[in-house]
Design a protein around this ligand. Structure first.
Ligand code: BTN
Length: 339
């Protein structure tokens, strides 16, 4: 059965939803309750394993998922949204599976069929995209894959937006009792210097001269161990940090939207200035020796500061200050252990 065939996705959602109680269920019970054939149940369980999930077979009893699963649920999400968020969310789309929530919203924005405040969520992504052309590993059932479209009349008012949004995500996590969140320029969400999430911002112009911005957030709630090898940087997830005490996925998404939406409403007026001090408090790398990577270009220096426009200011070994608007920052290791 192909992985992204509509009926295969539907069966996957049903089986995952059923197994999300972490109890053991027999293949017979799964088939009878979900109205699937035994072979469809077997094929679905195999697909889940192919997608990186651990499905434990308990001899003589059935199957269970040893890890946390919580499917997207519109009612739970709506229940946790603040009135201001509800007012500004023009549309809330929940998809079992998409290539990429950002790609979907960008396509709709270009086609003129998307509205400001449109939210696109997926239970899994087949071609999730990270910054700098990286893949974003997006297994089903646990993590946050969220895109939000916002219309800005004046593109100049977007300066530093990605940094401010990092603060919004950090606040949402803190509200869910996560201590130790920090940020890395420009918009990585870290926990003890390990990547917990990231933001990918894309924009497209509109005829009236304004622009539509798609804010994509990926947040790790649970990355199955067998997918760890596919991630090329130190990472963590909420399950590793908080165990069973980690926040509900749907409530966390609502919480994030409750932080992002007031920010977006006020951003054209307030800009980064309203967020920069908090960003700097959450940023731990000022004064550290780093390498800034832009494709083939590697620039070493001391991370001096972040400008009022959100640019990274680096002091190179010659003592000159340089500003950067994009790139990846890595802590410099000793000369004998280059990265
Ligand atoms: C990063 O590289 O740090 C940014 C990752 C952004 C991933 C999210 S997941 C939801 C949205 N859809 C995508 O394809 N990418 C973003």
């Amino acid at each position: 059965m192909p992985l992204d065939d509509a009926s295969a996705i539907r069966a996957r959602q049903q089986v995952l939803g059923f197994l999300s109680d972490n109890a053991v269920h027999s293949g017979h019970e799964l088939a009878a309750t979900l109205g699937l054939s035994h072979s469809a149940v077997q094929a679905t369980l195999q697909t889940l394993e192919k997608l990186g999930l651990d499905v434990h077979a308990v001899p003589g009893q059935g199957y269970h998922l040893p890890h946390p699963v919580e499917m997207l649920d519109a009612d739970t999400l709506q229940r946790h949204l603040h009135p201001l968020s509800r007012t500004h969310i023009g549309r809330l789309d929940l998809h079992p599976h998409l290539d990429s929530t950002n790609t979907r919203l960008m396509q709709q924005a270009r086609a003129g069929t998307a509205c400001s405040g449109q939210v696109c969520l997926a239970d899994s992504q087949g071609a999730g995209r990270g910054r700098m052309g990286r893949d974003w590993i997006s297994p089903p059932g646990a993590n946050v894959y969220l895109s939000l479209l916002w219309q800005f009349e004046n593109p100049a008012s977007l300066t530093g937006l990605s940094l401010a949004l990092g603060v919004a995500v950090a606040r949402a996590l803190q509200a869910e009792h996560l201590t130790g969140v920090n940020l890395k320029w420009p918009n990585d969400i870290l926990w003890q210097d390990k990547k917990l999430g990231g933001i990918l911002i894309e924009a497209t112009g509109t005829v009236g001269g304004g622009c539509q911005v798609v804010i994509g957030l990926g947040l790790n709630r649970y990355i199955p161990p067998r997918l760890s090898g596919a991630i090329d940087q130190a990472f963590t997830d909420l399950y590793r940090i908080q165990g069973q005490a980690m926040p509900s996925r749907n409530r966390l998404i609502a919480q994030i939207l409750n932080e992002m939406i007031p920010l977006l409403v006020s951003y054209p007026r307030q800009g980064l200035a309203a967020w920069l001090d908090e960003w700097k408090t959450l940023h731990h790398w000022t004064g550290r020796e780093v390498t800034l990577i832009q494709g083939e270009r590697h620039v070493q220096g001391v991370l001096e500061n972040i400008s009022g426009q959100g640019l990274l200011i680096l002091r190179t070994p010659e003592g000159t200050l340089h500003e950067f608007g994009s790139g990846d920052v890595r802590l410099k290791r000793s000369a004998s252990a280059p990265f």
